[in-house]
Design a protein around this ligand. Structure first.
Ligand code: GAR
Length: 217
């Protein structure tokens, strides 16, 4: 079966991109990466893509008068690469309705919180300030509202009393790297549908157990 031709949009470090590169390196994985686009020329993720032999493009938003110009260039690059699907992986530009609708249900994002709580920036600081005992991450379809859209997969991790932003972010990031390739796999296998803005996954396995924090002492 043909693999889903997937482009990844990044703005920085690219560890989620790396997780997708790792998954796609397996020839039996149902998606392949055809292009990595960064809106920042200095994004570390560009080097990761280059090292994996994946085509890269820098489309610097600063070179455009408005969002529409930037998005038109982005859309053209994606079509030129014959991308069928987009994964946003630490892509920090807000997309307009024009772009979002063009790629509706063909674009996903990973966010480091259990959406719909803590969308936007400073997620971990806000989670710690709120005193939540369980944090996590969400893979979801992209909509015009930032960090919102039908949820494909989530992972939960405990918040420890000694956590600071850095330790919590690291724990959540590890979970991101596990669920993002999984979400892409389910989609590329054709098992995911969006009905009334909720995701249905054909043959989804039942998760085991419940995460309780604090645990019994
Ligand atoms: C990740 O934690 C991702 O969830 C987050 O940016 C980080 C990028 O790291 N994305 C958002 O906050 C989107 N609102 P990475 O470049 O190493 O993948």
């Amino acid at each position: 079966m043909a693999r889903l031709k997937t482009a990844v949009l990044i703005s920085g470090r690219g560890t989620n991109l790396q997780a997708l590169i790792g998954a796609c390196a397996d020839p039996s994985f149902p998606a392949e990466l055809c292009l990595v686009v960064s809106n920042r020329p200095d994004a570390e993720g560009l080097r990761r893509a280059g090292a994996a032999g994946i085509a890269t493009r820098v489309i610097d938003h600063k070179g455009f008068a408005d969002r529409r110009g930037f998005e038109a260039a982005l859309d053209a690059a994606l079509r030129e690469a014959r991308a069928e699907f987009i994964c946003n992986a630490g892509f920090m530009r807000v997309l307009t309705e024009w772009f979002v609708e063009r790629w509706r249900d063909r674009q996903i994002n990973i966010h480091p919180s259990l959406l719909p709580v803590f969308p936007g920036l400073d997620t971990h600081a806000r989670a710690l300030a709120a005193g939540v005992r369980i944090a996590g991450c969400t893979a979801h379809f992209v909509r015009t509202e930032v960090d919102a859209g039908p949820i494909i997969a989530q992972a939960a991790v405990p918040v420890r009393p000694t956590d600071d932003e850095e330790t919590l972010a690291a724990r959540v990031l590890e979970a991101e790297h596990r669920i993002y390739p999984r979400a892409l796999r389910l989609i590329a296998e054709g098992r995911v549908t969006v009905v009334d803005e909720r995701v249905h996954i054909e043959g989804a396995a039942e998760p085991r157990g419940v995460l309780i924090n604090p645990a019994d002492s």
